[in-house]
Ligand binder design. Structure first.
Ligand code: PNS
Length: 167
């Protein structure tokens, strides 16, 4: 079975991540979404458990996608999953510089784990979790950037003001 690992912080998962997961699920037999446990991001919007639940919810219709958390080195997690391939999205040149370095180091350190890049759909090229978090600091939601279940979770937690129309 051809398994690919899609790693990330997913704090929170965005429509750009979802697009990549769907496309990866169409290419590979199995996609393991790996949610990083010890993110260096100082104040996460959502706990690890919440991020995993929201991803599971958003990927509910994708039978060949599973969501797991991981700690430590990505290459060890990839090996644990019986995979030798990582997938990452590329939105812009700045992404490429970082991602290229990460892919090269991961390949060298693992003795061959490959990274495949998918160019982001242009509709999502300016979508990022960090922008969602930045707006949330001011209680402002970006409904176009996140799946419906994430938006509702942000409202429920009081992270952002409700976007629902009052009757
Ligand atoms: O969504 P992000 O924050 O851009 O994802 C970054 C991630 C999780 C892919 C990266 O930080 C990672 O792989 N962390 C695990 C630790 C590791 O293996 N570091 C070496 C990378 S060269």
């Amino acid at each position: 079975m051809n398994t690919v690992v899609y790693p990330g912080s997913f704090d929170p998962v965005t429509v750009g991540h979802m697009d990549l997961i769907r496309r990866a699920a169409g290419i590979f037999d199995h996609v393991v979404v790996g949610v990083l446990i010890n993110s260096e991001k100082k104040t996460p919007l959502f706990s690890l458990e919440e991020r995993v639940i929201m991803l599971k919810d958003a990927c509910g219709d994708l039978s060949n996608v599973s969501i797991e958390s991981f700690d430590g080195l990505l290459i060890d997690f990839v090996r644990d999953k019986g995979s030798n391939t990582i997938i990452r999205g590329l939105r812009e040149l700045m992404d490429f510089e970082m991602e290229l370095q990460m892919a090269q180091v991961n390949r060298l350190a693992s003795g061959g784990i490959e990274t495949i890049f998918l160019p982001t759909d242009p509709r999502y090229s300016n979508v990022s979790s960090s922008v969602v978090r930045e707006y949330a600091r001011y209680k402002v939601a970006l409904p176009e950037f996140v799946p419906e279940n994430v938006l509702r979770a942000m409202e429920k937690k009081g992270i952002v003001k409700s976007t629902k129309q009052e009757d």
